[in-house]
Write a protein that binds this ligand. Sequence first.
Ligand code: ADP
Ligand code: MG
Length: 612
Amino acid sequence: MNAPHRNIGQDLPVIRQLDEIAVNQIAAGEVVERPASAVKELVENALDAGATRIELALKDGGKTLIRVTDDGHGMSAENLPLSLSRHATSKIDGSDLLNIHTFGFRGEALASLGAVGRLTLTSRAMGSDGAHTLSVSGGQIAPLKPAALSAGTVVELRDLFYATPARLKFLRTDRAEMQAITDVVKRLAMAEPYVGFTIRDLTGGDQGRVTFRADPETGDMFAAMGGRLRQILGTEFAQNALQIDAEREGITLTGFAALPTYSRGAATAQYLLVNGRPVRDKLLVGALRGAYSDFLSRDRHPVVALFLECDPQKVDVNVHPAKAEVRFRDPGLARGLIVSALKHALAQAGHRASTTVADATLGAFRPEPTGRIYQMDMPSQQALRSSYVAQAPGLSEAPAPFAPTSARVEEVVLDDGPQDTPLGAARAQVHENYIIAQTADGMVIVDQHAAHERLVYEKLKRQMAANGVATQALLIPEIVELSEGDAGLLLDHLPSLASFGLVIEPFGAGAVAVRETPAILGVINAEKMLRDILDEISDLGDSQTLADRIEAVLSRVACHGSIRSGRVMRGDEMNALLREMEATPHSGQCNHGRPTYVELKLADIERLFGRT
Ligand code: ADP
Ligand code: MG
């Protein structure tokens, strides 16, 4: 085998000092991955310069033009050329890398951008009587010139990566790049509520179109942050978020975390800031996942805006070229704080499900804005067609009888149950799975299957915490055939499986015998449960703490014990279920983040009928 790129067997290799342009292009490889990373660096610079308004103008997803205009303190004529040289910064003196209070400190963003695109800086230093401009293109700097600008700085970056075309190939569609840019700006806007941000897309013409706008907030920090959160995440988030305020050994955690029923299909709406710096840190994202693991299936993602603050000495921000990750001196402490604070808040929320659930329900009921009248009791199209068919002569197909659906409505004697409770008094059960209850000012529809699943899970957790889960022994152990690897994986987890009531033992190669199952579940399909647990264990891998893993598995176990689906319930049973839900934390959503009930207020119902 030959190694064409190595000099083995030939002359001794020569070590060369790379020229400045090559060095900057290499550095840019790390710092500037795509237009959004350039935007991040430029907006951070504007913020570090004390800007109160920052305007972005973009073309073609930032690929051909990124212009950032700020009203910050600007740069002097002497500083302009310096700003372009590598490792030149006004933000630190290099003596203490653990005491950083600015976004920037590496002094390489402008040098990198100038090496991979056409960069023009125009700036007027605070208090000076004129502005200057300086251009650099593919690393070549043109002479400084006087310019007209009343204050602040304008940085224009054209044709990003023209000097390193290989990078161009990795760029996504303009739309995708634009979205990444907006995301970056939103994160920084979250960090700086007193600063106004505008994004203008100039692709269509010079005037362009404003695609994002966040006006400067006023008032105290709390009010300002609240306003900014609403602007970025919407009022719906505000209505469905729990306030977080916790502290542990000098680290504080504040902000908002949404109820599990207000989750997203992607991890996009997770704003995590460490000492005011937006980060996408694996440790912190893992902690979020841990905090919600109990309430969300793995394809749903919580929505949060969380601010961690601590002494800068406790967290190293100099571990990632784009400063997107940080390293806590005590990672366990930060993780533990997030997990426990969020879990606590979610527990306090009790049976609360998100208002969006009720809103979505109402939306489904509401007549469409076209003015079409919604008719209850209208036979379905299917039923109508059947009745036509019945009248049509000559069709051989046996006509389906036009009859009411087979839905059963279980009558409940109106016993004036406790309506003044949050979930009210059960009035009826429909389709053998939905409980209709009357509350003081509305009605509640409970998905008894989902609710029961949650109750079983919470009960299992309590039992396990107290004295282990009660088990029932199987008369004849059930033998489950698995692959050797899977059997081994399960046997590795014998003690934790036993702690939640599942006693298994090896049974030859690739099989296990199930001897005892959790009593609370009644009769179950042991094989199906084992396969589910295996999925859970192999999915989670070693990425989570043991406690998180146990809870995830337990939640799967609870799934198998939801016995009340499709079961007719008596009035007292239904009321008992409602009372138990009220008394059980987290009962507003099932283990997969779906709501267990929806509530319609009388006012909402009246609106449906046009009474108000
Ligand atoms: P860093 O931000 O890490 O210091 P940069 O390469 O991003 O490195 O910027 C170099 C220097 O240029 C900064 O330290 C700052 O003094 C100056 N600078 C850059 N952008 C601006 C701006 N928008 N307003 C004022 N000064 C700026
Ligand atoms: Mg910078």
